[in-house]
Design a protein around this ligand. Structure first.
Ligand SMILES: *Cc1c(COP(=O)(O)O)cnc(C)c1O
Length: 369
């Protein structure tokens, strides 16, 4: 039987090989290897795609988050509201600024931060709300922006998994004060190495981020703030420019596959993700829930179907946060999800036949679990 890998990172390159090879050659022959025209062109194209005036290319998604927080003056003594259910990067960005991540539990149906639980977590030290558009589904932005406004807080979105997703019909990129992006190879828009960006509608944040990513400098050898070195690589910018043109097609394919999973798994004992009425997800992951998750994953593996768990251990249970003395049972919803979630294979290079194979495998397995 044919085996189905979780993801095929090489397929998008092979599909666009001629265009990508040409873009890489263009950079190699340009003699311009730091920032410059290729990075500026990608920034302009990505900003236009997101419908916002500013995009700032940085080294990776974690830096995008951290630099955006620093641009918002987040530092020691400040608190930032984060989801309890997220990838560790969201929390680490806050910690690296010297601030404290304050976790809020998710809605177990959408996996995203439960906006109704945010207000009670706000204190006099809270500066920013940092929702994550987890698995490619926009968080409940209207409710989050409303609570931020009531309390005079800024909103930074972690959109590492949500390139092209829409909320209220508008692409993610400018709902909050700033939006952090990762172009890690496996993301919906992925580079051939590390890459990231921040988008914003705020010209002051744009100016600060351009300095922070480049040694605190806007004019060479004039250093205004304690900056970093986190610049988007022109080679990656050139690759991203090619792939950006195909993102909508690839996301449409993901949506078809997600719909096929949803239809195929209706009535089965596994739970499919819930979607908010105003959210149009791009299905970075298609995450089901099962009480017998480990047995299901093993049985699928036995049938040649590779699945992953995003994520097996929530941030509050990680060793790196032992110093916060968060009790393991502090965030039961995030912990419960970590025990139940299973990411099925999804990606633009899968066929609907592949989805049928996974669906019938799950239908065969579940009665015997
Ligand atoms: C991938 C990811 C990041 C970090 O991106 P890197 O480019 O790997 O640094 C941050 N947040 C979320 C939710 C992610 O999925």
């Amino acid at each position: 039987m044919k085996s189905l890998p979780f993801i095929d990172l090489k397929a998008p390159y092979l599909e666009l090989k001629d265009e990508i090879d040409e873009a890489v050659q263009r950079v190699l022959h340009s003699g311009w290897y730091i920032l410059g025209p290729e990075v500026e062109a990608f920034e302009a194209e990505f900003a236009a795609y997101c419908g916002v005036p500013h995009a700032i290319g940085v080294g990776n998604g974690l830096d995008a988050l951290q630099l955006a927080l620093l641009a918002m003056d987040v530092g020691p003594g400040d608190e930032v509201i984060v989801p309890s259910n997220t990838y560790i990067a969201t929390w680490l960005a806050v910690s690296h600024c010297g601030a404290t991540p304050v976790a809020v539990e998710p809605d177990p149906l959408t996996h995203n931060i439960d906006a109704a639980r945010i207000e009670v977590a706000i204190t006099g030290k809270t500066k920013v709300i940092l929702p994550v558009h987890l698995y490619g589904q926009p968080a409940d932005m209207d409710a989050i922006l409303a609570v931020a406004k009531r309390h005079g807080l800024r909103v930074l979105e972690d959109a590492a998994q949500a390139q092209g997703a829409r909320y209220r019909g508008t692409r993610i990129g400018g709902h909050g004060d700033a939006v952090a992006w990762s172009f890690y190879p496996g993301k919906n828009l992925g580079a051939l190495g590390d890459a990231g960006a921040v988008t914003t509608t705020d010209p002051a944040l744009d100016t600060r981020l351009r300095m922070l990513r480049n040694y605190g400098s806007r004019t060479k050898y004039i250093n205004e703030v304690h900056g970093y070195n986190s610049r988007l690589d022109p080679l990656q910018a050139a690759v991203l420019r090619v792939k950006l043109k195909h993102l909508d097609t690839w996301n449409a394919r993901r949506l078809q596959l997600a719909d096929a999973y949803r239809a195929g798994l209706a009535g089965s004992p596994v739970a499919v993700p819930g979607v908010l009425p105003l959210a149009q997800p791009v299905w970075h992951q298609f995450v089901i829930q099962s009480d017998r998750r480990d047995a299901l994953q093993n049985a699928l593996k036995g049938k040649g179907i590779e699945t992953l768990i995003h994520y097996p251990l929530p941030p509050h249970k990680q060793q790196c946060y032992a110093d916060m003395h968060l009790a393991p049972d502090n965030f039961p919803i995030a912990s419960g999800l970590a025990d139940r979630v299973l990411s099925l294979p999804i990606g633009p290079h899968m066929s609907s036949g592949d989805v049928e194979v996974v669906v019938s495998a799950i239908q065969d397995i579940t009665p015997n679990l």
